[in-house]
Design a protein around this ligand. Structure first.
Ligand code: GLA
Length: 736
């Protein structure tokens, strides 16, 4: 009598294998089942008697883990032919017939790879977090892959990555090296993806996937998300709605070139293969060396996009974003107020305006540096990080003193990965610059990218930041920009140019790790001309990101809306500027939906506008906790009608803020029906008052009325948005 051996990964992830007796069969086989389970979901792996490890289940988890072994038999799809269609990490060159996760040339020149299950191990890292590792080996070659699944139980999030190594005699070339390979089963698959360009970031597009491969990718090197980010959603069977439907969210935690292949195979299953883009990046792996991929991040909800987004936001705040549970500085930025045209006197005035406005910090933007080729425009000076003596004869130190005297903090803009050809840096170190020998230079915003694959350049970039902090210990904030893509990718440092894109990112992360080792908490904004670099690979070193240079509040409602599916509000830097035609109230209200900042000429504000801003900042300070740390509920999507409405509710469901806007100026458009709130306690009573009123206007909202959560969620609340009240901010509090 032989038993099936079922290795069950414990629910909350004990590092224990339970061996459970299974069914008895004549030709018995060793069926190893490995479920990766979180609070609501499961990804289940199964090794057959041939030791092929496959994905047999992905989705809302079953109540009884013993039933996963029955899943495969329930499907009567057409032949697989290879036994690899649902491979956990599809190798190529042997039996495989579809898009591989990994593809190699062995040391002896052979192109075939087969990966068989060897063992797995689970370690519990905390109450919430478990790490499963699964070892796969080629039976013929000394080549192995370890798959890692870091699961966050409460948040229903999994981070998956791979480690690739070999002990062959000589080097192995990795042609493809995905982070993750998933396999979903459904009737149909709906992809929600994003595209964009400068000032038009995060434009959503939803389509039904057809057979073949749909690829989301970037080959831009730096500013990799300019045209497309790696974040996406896959709805199963029908497009998921905000509060209904089965939806997977995916994202690569990586700031460089990425590639996500979504292959609808002939069996009508969806294969997702995500990782670094292998474009121009065959990687030569030495014997004994380990190649570690970045993590691919995913979550799944059977309750729609809203639930999935709240899980991801919570995960980011708890586990990934730097200081995700902490606080942020409100600020006044001078970019749009002065551009490159400023001096010490002007800045001193702006610092005083910072105080007058009531924000926490003054942020000095581009234009403060370089002497031989002064940074008076975007054509020169980038790379020469010395204070410009004409504009700042007394250096940054004197500005920080001025800020100190005014009781505000001081932050500064840098773009340390880049260089203008018109700079001393370029003159001194032409070999530090990425360019093709013998070809004309080609510029993006008149600049080139430095070769971060070169350790000397890493030291230089680290030195820019370290130098600023060493000279100015009171410096409170860095805005780290990255405005160019990589053209003519060539490193004069690297012997193997195929390693370039990967080594660039390794160099960047090494620098960021060094910075964080010495300055663990200083807030830094991840800026890349707006939206060009927003990803969780970078956000573990940054406290916030810059969603778009487009700060027209009407546009921002749409842009911020889409980012909010993947990133928490505390990480979204939103500035009030002069973009767009909306009044100051509208602009400020929209900027308050994340981390509030201003980039306006305070001294030129009409009296009531200034009064409004000062009051709004006070209001913001009283509601920012719920915006930063609360749950975000999308109530009315601006793409679906004339009103946008977004709510933030705290954990205890005792307070919240609701932002409402008119996004269509056609005659008579208004909030005709009440808006159903979400995330409240039906049994609690609430009061709702309007805040951020423009001076001398009265609210039409009765702040004394008391409503049950039940009423507010089932009937709703009317913010009374109309052409005379295009922007309405409501504060909700439990009524005692
Ligand atoms: C980029 C940023 C802007 C500003 C400019 C300065 O475009 O997105 O906010 O800092 O650079 O040159």
């Amino acid at each position: 009598m032989k038993f099936n051996k079922i290795a069950i990964k414990g629910l909350i992830g004990a590092a224990v294998l339970l061996f459970v007796q299974g069914t008895l069969t004549q030709q018995s086989f060793a069926q190893t089942i490995i479920p990766v389970q979180t609070q609501n979901n499961a990804l289940v792996l199964e090794a057959n008697n041939e030791k092929d490890l496959s994905i047999i289940f992905f989705g809302k988890k079953l109540a009884d883990v013993n039933e996963y072994k029955l899943v495969s038999k329930a499907y009567k799809q057409s032949d697989d032919y290879t036994g690899l269609l649902n491979s956990v990490y599809t190798p190529s060159g042997s039996r495989n017939l579809v898009e591989p996760a990994i593809s190699v040339t062995h040391a002896d020149g052979n192109n075939s790879l087969d990966l068989r299950y060897v063992s797995h191990k689970e370690t519990k890292l905390s109450d919430d977090v478990s790490l499963l590792s699964v070892l796969l080996k080629d039976p013929v070659y000394n080549f192995e892959v370890t798959l890692y699944y870091k699961s966050y139980f409460k948040e229903d999030v999994v981070e998956q990555w791979s480690e690739i190594r070999h002990t062959e005699k000589g080097t192995v070339t990795l042609h493809k090296y995905a982070s993750a390979n998933l396999h979903l089963k459904a009737g149909s698959y709906w992809l929600n993806q994003y595209h964009g360009d400068w000032a038009r970031e995060m434009q959503p597009e939803e389509s039904k996937l057809t057979h073949g491969i749909k690829t989301l990718d970037s080959k831009l090197g730096t500013r990799a998300n300019l045209f497309q980010p790696s974040v996406f959603m896959i709805s199963l069977d029908k497009p998921a709605a905000e509060d209904e439907g089965n939806v997977l969210y995916g994202a690569l935690e990586y700031s460089g070139n990425f590639k996500i292949d979504l292959e609808l195979d002939y069996q009508n299953n969806l294969r997702i293969i995500a990782g670094i883009n292998n474009y121009a990046s065959a990687y030569t792996l030495k014997s004994g060396e380990t190649f570690t991929t970045p993590a691919f991040l995913y979550t799944f909800s059977d309750k729609g996009k809203g639930d999935a987004s709240r899980k991801l936001q919570r995960w980011a705040r708890e586990h990934k974003l730097l200081d995700g549970k902490g606080s942020r500085l409100t600020l006044l930025n001078n970019w749009e107020a002065t551009y490159f045209d400023f001096d010490e006197k002007k800045l001193a005035e702006l610092i005083r305006d910072t105080k007058k406005l009531g924000v926490d910090m003054f942020l000095l933007d581009d234009g403060w540096f370089a002497n031989k080729h002064p940074r008076n425009g975007d054509v020169a000076g980038l790379g020469d990080w010395q204070e410009n003596r004409t504009k700042l004869p007394n250096g940054i130190g004197s500005l920080i003193k001025e800020a100190d005297a005014n009781g505000v903090k001081f932050g500064i803009w840098i773009e340390p990965e880049m260089v203008n050809p018109k700079s001393e840096l370029y003159e001194k170190h032409p070999d530090w610059v990425l360019k093709q020998p013998g070809r004309n230079e080609y510029y993006f915003r008149n600049q080139l990218v430095l070769d971060l694959a070169n350790p000397k350049v890493q030291d230089f970039v680290y030195g820019v930041v370290d130098g600023l902090f060493t000279k100015n210990p009171k410096l409170a904030y860095i805005k780290w920009d990255c405005n160019a893509v990589i053209y003519n990718a060539h490193s004069s440092y690297l012997k193997n140019q195929s390693h370039f894109y990967i080594e660039y990112m390794r160099g960047l992360y090494k620098v960021l790790q060094r910075i964080r080792a010495k300055y663990p908490t200083v807030p830094m904004m991840l800026c890349s001309g707006g939206g060009g670099r927003v990803d969780y690979g970078a956000l573990q070193y940054f406290t916030e990101f810059w969603p778009s240079d487009n700060t027209d509040p009407l546009e921002r409602i749409f842009i911020q809306w889409e980012y909010s599916y993947f990133y928490p509000a505390i990480s979204s830097s939103n500035h009030v500027t002069d973009w767009g035609k909306q009044p100051i109230k509208f602009r400020t209200d929209v900027a308050m939906m994340g981390k509030l900042g201003f980039d306006i000429v305070v001294s030129k504000l009409p009296e009531n506008d200034l009064k409004f801003c000062q009051e709004a900042i006070k209001n913001y300070n009283s509601v920012k906790d719920v915006i930063w740390h609360g749950d975000q509920y999308r109530l009315l999507n601006p793409r679906d009608g004339s009103i946008a409405s977004m709510a933030y509710i705290n954990d205890k469901k005792t307070s919240g803020v609701i932002f409402n806007y008119l996004v269509n100026s056609r005659y008579g458009e208004s909030s005709k029906a009440p808006i159903k709130l979400k995330g409240l306690d039906p049994d609690k009573k609430y009061r709702i008052k309007e805040i951020n009123l423009y001076p001398e206007t009265k609210s039409t909202i009765n702040a004394n009325a008391v409503y049950s959560g039940d009423f507010l969620m089932n009937v709703g609340f009317n913010p009374d948005v109309n052409s005379g009240r295009t922007s309405v901010v409501l504060q909700l509090e439990e009524a005692n």
